[in-house]
Design a protein around this ligand. Structure first.
Ligand code: TRP
Ligand code: SF4
Length: 326
């Protein structure tokens, strides 16, 4: 059965391999069988970038080109811009009336961001309401599947709670969504911290082959392997966790044994891993060339998709207003 799928991403610049493995691969798979809406969450970006909004605008093209290079096809999925469908703001407002403050204040993502983002003032009404806006995005389209990264699970749980409360207070018209996660293990950055562009440890989908190798080559390995003849322990090496994602079983086995017995060197090991990684990145690069060379602009694609999103949203808002009797 065809299901409704919805997901969004904040425009914050170029995407990396973590985005591809964690989310975009699932978007690509789901677009083949289901009715998919994927959107640019520019209002969500505004919750943190409200004092330098130009970044948001400048990031949209890069992000959507990365989506399409990853295989997201505007002929199969509806791509749109959140802020161009103002109904999201109306539903956000209605949902904000029934969302208890305590649900938002205990949200782990919120608490973590307040702690980490010390250079920005996030003590705002909008930032606290971030998950309410996300709930509006999802519930507007009766999405039953929401392909996101594992870090978004608390937000999905909140969406479900808000929907249940709405259905209980008014009328059972909101679909309870489910998160759709990948089973690929989370990809760490090349320095084994969280992969993030701001740490400079990310392999970008737009990196050239040379740029990727320049990031892979200096990756820290098992410190016990000072010399080529020292045996290592692959389980504590970040390169090995990459192998488990990008290499075939035989290579993983060969690396496992070769590392423990000093049968292989780290550079050789990284070369093999790099080859597997390139099998993922090459098709993305090739699609990018075609997309950038085509005459259809990101703006036109989003505009077209936005028209369709607006129609769906406007039908749902009619139902919602009737349920609330306002
Ligand atoms: N919060 C999501 C993120 O940071 C982005 C997002 C906004 C989203 N609205 C959404 C994702 C609705 C899924 C569904 O990745
Ligand atoms: Fe890591 Fe490979 Fe070197 Fe072992 S051989 S320490 S797995 S890079």
């Amino acid at each position: 059965m065809r299901k409704r799928v919805l997901s969004g991403m904040r425009p914050s610049g170029k995407l990396h391999l973590g985005h591809f493995l964690g989310v975009l691969m699932n978007w690509k798979k789901l677009q083949e069988e289901h009715d998919c809406f994927f959107f640019v969450a520019d209002w969500h970006a505004l919750t943190t970038e409200y004092d330098r909004t130009s970044i948001i605008r400048e990031s949209i093209d890069d992000m959507v080109i990365d989506w399409m290079a990853s295989g997201i096809d505007p002929a199969k999925a509806t791509l749109f811009t959140q802020s161009h469908v103002p109904a999201h703001a109306e539903l956000h407002l209605l949902l904000s009336m029934i969302t208890p403050l305590s649900w938002l204040e205990r949200n782990p993502t919120y608490k973590e961001q307040l702690r980490e983002q010390t250079t920005r003032d996030l003590q705002t009404y909008g930032f606290l309401g971030y998950p309410v806006l996300q709930a509006a995005d999802i519930l507007m389209y009766d999405a039953s599947l929401v392909p996101v990264g594992i870090d978004q699970v608390p937000h999905l749980e909140l969406t479900r709670e808000i929907a249940r409360r709405f259905n209980f207070l008014y009328k059972g018209i909101l679909t309870i969504p489910e998160a759709y996660l990948t089973d690929t293990p989370k990809l760490m950055g090349t320095d084994n911290r969280k992969m993030s562009k701001s740490y400079g440890n990310a392999i970008l989908l737009s990196d050239t082959e040379e740029e990727v190798w320049a990031k892979v080559k200096p990756m820290v390995t098992d410190p016990a392997r000072q010399r080529r003849t020292d045996c290592g322990n692959p389980e504590i090496c970040n390169v090995f966790s990459y192998h488990k994602i990008f290499s075939d079983e035989e290579t993983v086995r060969k690396v496992d044994v070769g590392c423990r017995t000093a049968g292989i060197g780290c550079i050789e090991c990284k070369k093999w891993m790099f080859e597997g990684m390139e099998k993922v990145l090459k098709p993305i690069r090739e699609r990018r060339v075609r997309i950038v060379g085509s005459t259809v602009s990101v703006r036109d694609i989003l505009e077209e998709g936005t028209r369709k999103a607006r129609e769906t949203a406007s039908a749902k808002m009619k139902e919602v207003r009737e349920a609330v009797r306002i």
